[in-house]
Design a binder for this molecule. Structure first.
Ligand code: SAM
Length: 269
């Protein structure tokens, strides 16, 4: 304990169960060859053990009080660098080699952080992330279920996503309102083959824009289809095995990829 009062606004619920902390660190299968980036080290529940197992650890903490405390208390670890700053502003793209990310994320910005990390996917080999349980379920969901949506498809485009284990609220101080879960994302060496990853994101976003509707209705008037080609493109999708009367949540990742390629070829540029 640091004696520093926790800031709710920074998502500060600190992990106090040492067995769970060790289990998180073990999930990363670290060796001295690994460079780790830890986001939000807080009071250092994971940090010391990470530094004992990995070659190097860069720990990025927004709260200056906690960053200062870590520097003071763990400053003796020669392979630990504590960065006092915002993980959303960190230049992951300019990391010299591939890193493993290990983080008990601040939940109020978990989605923007994951999006930012996926943007630097070629600099990351894996991520072990503690998340709000519902977010973990969404990220690892399979097609057809109620948790499967935009986030599932976008994360699984870049990574194989696996639910590891649940963590009860009582493992944290202060005790949060929500349960948590730990996921592993193994980044794909090459993401699925699409002509344009930005267009892929636009197609997935448009497809899930009206959640309970047929794909046809979600894509109508969206920016990914020129209006004058709408009917013929729906026909093209149908003959390619993408039935536009299905709902978005029934399509697999490879079906989204095929859909994107058909729409990309006919985007009317
Ligand atoms: N890793 C610690 C643990 O397991 O006990 C702390 C986890 S706590 C849920 C999240 C941590 O992220 C807090 O220490 C908080 O100050 C920090 N944080 C919040 N926003 C941040 C940001 N934008 N960049 C870096 N750290 C942030």
């Amino acid at each position: 304990m640091t004696g520093v009062p926790p800031k709710k606004s920074l998502g500060q619920n600190f992990l106090v169960d040492e067995n769970i902390a060790s289990r998180i660190v073990r999930s990363a299968s670290l060796t001295r060859d690994d460079a780790v980036v830890e986001i939000g080290p807080g009071q250092g529940a994971l940090t010391r053990e990470l530094a004992e197992k990995a070659g190097s650890v860069t720990a990025i903490e927004l709260d200056e009080r906690l960053a200062g405390h870590l520097k003071e208390n763990l400053g003796g670890l020669p392979n630990l660098q504590v960065v006092s700053g915002d993980a959303l502003a960190f230049p992951y793209e300019s990391l010299p080699g591939k890193v493993k990310v290990v983080a008990n994320l601040p939940y109020y910005i978990s989605t923007p952080i994951i999006t930012k990390l996926l943007g630097a996917h070629d600099k990351i080999s894996s991520m072990i992330l503690m998340l709000q349980k519902e977010v973990a379920q969404r990220i690892t969901a399979s097609p057809g279920g109620r948790d499967y949506g935009y986030m599932s498809v976008m994360v699984q485009f870049y990574a194989e996503a696996e639910m590891l284990f649940s963590v009860p609220k009582e493992a944290f101080r202060p005790v949060p309102k929500v349960d948590s879960a730990v996921v592993r994302l193994n980044l794909r060496k090459a993401p699925e083959d699409v002509s344009d990853a930005v267009f892929f994101e636009r197609v997935v976003s448009a497809s899930f824009s009206k959640r309970r509707k047929m794909l046809r209705n979600s894509l109508k008037n969206s920016s990914v289809i020129p209006p004058d080609r709408f009917d013929s493109l729906m026909e093209r999708l149908l003959v390619s095995g993408i039935d536009p009367s299905r709902r978005a949540e029934t399509f697999s990742l490879s079906e989204f990829v095929l859909m994107t390629e058909i729409l990309f070829e006919n985007r009317g540029l």
